[in-house]
Write a protein that binds this ligand. Structure first.
Ligand code: ADP
Ligand code: MG
Length: 289
C-alpha cells in the first residue's frame, strides 16, 4: 500500500431504486448524496443522524462492501477492487464491520474461541498452537479470557458483542466500521463496550467509524463527528465544538432532542443554555442530584 494513510471519501453518491416506476417515472433516489470526508489513522469519526438518513449506506461504501454509484474511496492510497475479486478479499482484512446484532453474525454451534481462531486462520497461515494463542490473547483483550469455550448462547448480549469485536480485531484491521454496534445493549453495557473500543483503538492504532443514531453515545467516543440528514453530510467537525457550538440548524434541533437522562445532566444543560446562571426553564425538572 502507498504511504497515503487513512481513508478519504470524495463525492460519494448511492442511488437506490426499487426498479418499479411511479407515474411513469423511476423511483430512484439518493440514499447518500455527494458525501466527502476523511478518517485519519488512529482517528474515530462519529456519524450521527436519524434513521434513514444514509448512515449505514455511507458506512458500507467506506468499508468497501458496496460500490458507490459515483465518487471514490481511497483506503491507504488504494481504491477498493470490485467486490468478490481476489484483490478485494486481500483488501478485506484491513477493514472490518461490527453491526448491531451480534447473535446474527456468529455461528451458534462453535465456541467463541473457535470463531476468533477461524477468522485469523482464514487470513494467515499459522501453526495450530500460534493460532490458538493469538485467539486466546485477543479474547483476553476484550475481557473474555476465561470464556473461550463457551457457545454464543452461553453469553450475554454484551459478551457476545465483545466476542464479535475480538473476531474483527484479531486480524489487525486498519479500519473498523461500527454500525449501531451498541444500540441494542443496555445503557450500562453500552458504556463498557464503548470504553473497550476506546482502549482497543489506542492499543491497536485503529481508525474507527462509529455510526449511531444516539448522539450521546457518539460524543464520548469520537474525535470528530459528522451529521447526516437525508443523504447529505450537513456538518462535520471536532466533537467538542460540534456539540457545544453546532453551526447547522438541523444539528441544533438534533441536539435539543437528546433526552436528559439525569437531573444533574439536565441542570448542567440548563446552566449552559443560560450562560452559567442556574436558571432552569422548568423548575420542576431541576431536582437536585
Ligand atoms: P440509516 O442507516 O441512517 O438508517 P440507511 O443507509 O440504512 O440509513 O438508509 C438510507 C435510505 O436508503 C433509506 O431510505 C433506506 O430505506 C434506503 N436503503 C438502504 N439500503 C437500501 C437498499 N439496499 N436498497 C434500497 N434502498 C435502500
Ligand atoms: Mg443504519
Amino acid at each position: 500500500m502507498s504511504d497515503q494513510a487513512g481513508i478519504i471519501a470524495r463525492d460519494l453518491v448511492q442511488v437506490y431504486s426499487s426498479g418499479r416506476k411511479l407515474w411513469g417515472k423511476s423511483d430512484a433516489f439518493r440514499a447518500v448524496d455527494r458525501v466527502s470526508l476523511s478518517i485519519a489513522p488512529g482517528e474515530t469519526l462519529g456519524i450521527v443522524g436519524e434513521s434513514g438518513s444514509g448512515k449505514s449506506t455511507l458506512g458500507r461504501m467506506i468499508a468497501g462492501i458496496e460500490a458507490p454509484s459515483s465518487g471514490l474511496v481511497t483506503f491507504w492510497g488504494e481504491h477498493y477492487a470490485p467486490a468478490g475479486s481476489a484483490e478485494w478479499r486481500r483488501q478485506r482484512r484491513h477493514v472490518q464491520v461490527v453491526f448491531q446484532n451480534p447473535a446474527a453474525v456468529v455461528d451458534p454451534r462453535w465456541s467463541i474461541h473457535a470463531q476468533v481462531r477461524e477468522a485469523l486462520t482464514t487470513h494467515e497461515r499459522l501453526a495450530a498452537s500460534e493460532a490458538d494463542d493469538r485467539a486466546q490473547a485477543m479474547l483476553a483483550m476484550v475481557g473474555l479470557g476465561a470464556m473461550g469455550k463457551r457457545l454464543p448462547h452461553q453469553l450475554s448480549g454484551g459478551q457476545l458483542q465483545r466476542a464479535v469485536i475480538a473476531r474483527a480485531l484479531v486480524i489487525n484491521p486498519r479500519l473498523v466500521v461500527c454500525d449501531e454496534a451498541v444500540s441494542a445493549l443496555d445503557v450500562s453495557v453500552q458504556a463498557q463496550i464503548i470504553n473497550l473500543l476506546l482502549e482497543l483503538r489506542q492499543k491497536l492504532d485503529l481508525s474507527l467509524m462509529f455510526i449511531s443514531h444516539d448522539l450521546s453515545v457518539v460524543r464520548h467516543i469520537s474525535h470528530r463527528v459528522g451529521v447526516m440528514h437525508a443523504g447529505r453530510l450537513l456538518e462535520i467537525g471536532d466533537s467538542a465544538s460540534l456539540f457545544d457550538n453546532p453551526q447547522n440548524d438541523y444539528t441544533r434541533r438534533l441536539l435539543a432532542a437528546i433526552p436528559a437522562d439525569s437531573p444533574r445532566q439536565r441542570r448542567e444543560r440548563d446552566m449552559r443554555a443560560f450562560g452559567g446562571a442556574a436558571q432552569p426553564t422548568n423548575p420542576q425538572l431541576s431536582v437536585p442530584s
